[in-house]
Write a protein that binds this ligand. Sequence first.
Ligand SMILES: C[S@@+](CC[C@H](N)C(=O)[O-])C[C@H]1O[C@@H](n2cnc3c(N)ncnc32)[C@H](O)[C@@H]1O
Length: 221
Amino acid sequence: MRQVTLLSFFSLGLATLACGQGRMGRGTSPDALEHPPLPHSDLERRVLSTLSDMVKAGDLYANVPASDGRFLRQLAEASNAKVILEIGTSTGISGLWFALALDKTGGKLTTFEIDPRRAASARSNFKKAGVDRLITIVEGDAHKNIAQWKEPIDIVFIDADKDGYVDYLNKLLPLVKPGGLLLAHNMDMVPDYIRAVTTNPALDTTFYTSGGGMAVTLKKR
Ligand SMILES: C[S@@+](CC[C@H](N)C(=O)[O-])C[C@H]1O[C@@H](n2cnc3c(N)ncnc32)[C@H](O)[C@@H]1O
């Protein structure tokens, strides 16, 4: 039963992958690309089952689809990220995907959320998934709270108020390590952010257009 639920949840998220089929080679069927993540550890099983339960319970608010969450985890784990900042926790879906990477890299996520009810829900989901030790939630307005942050950052993930993206970029870019990443979800809704990251020669940006879309920006070394 749980298997079925997980499958249906992940095929929902992966359905977005099929939208990119026009860019695929001719011989590749989109169906062949639909595959649920397979847990490789007890922790991963617990995180995936928490994600599935959240979908069943409707404990959701504007969260990343599974395809984007998997991409976040891959970027974080492959780059061995240890310090990740997320703007916009919501109920914790993207945080859970990051946690899968952080459990392996030995790093931590600090995530900012203005809505106390969503922050409480995320806190309980992180605990249920067994990853609360990896995540700190900072409640309140991130525009104010990130000003306290002083530590070098490996990855910034921006997924909150769209008219705030450039302010987040301006405040956090100086703290991103050379070789670090800035990830901005739903970038098609923020043309001023796209302009800012594509006109700065210290940055290199590509656009992932599956799912909700994401600007992936490298801060050059
Ligand atoms: C798109 S949702 C985040 C989804 C989350 N990243 C996920 O995938 O699970 C955006 C969240 O940003 C929060 N938010 C909006 N403005 C904010 C601000 N100024 N400071 C902190 N959080 C903010 C909203 O309350 C909302 O929960």
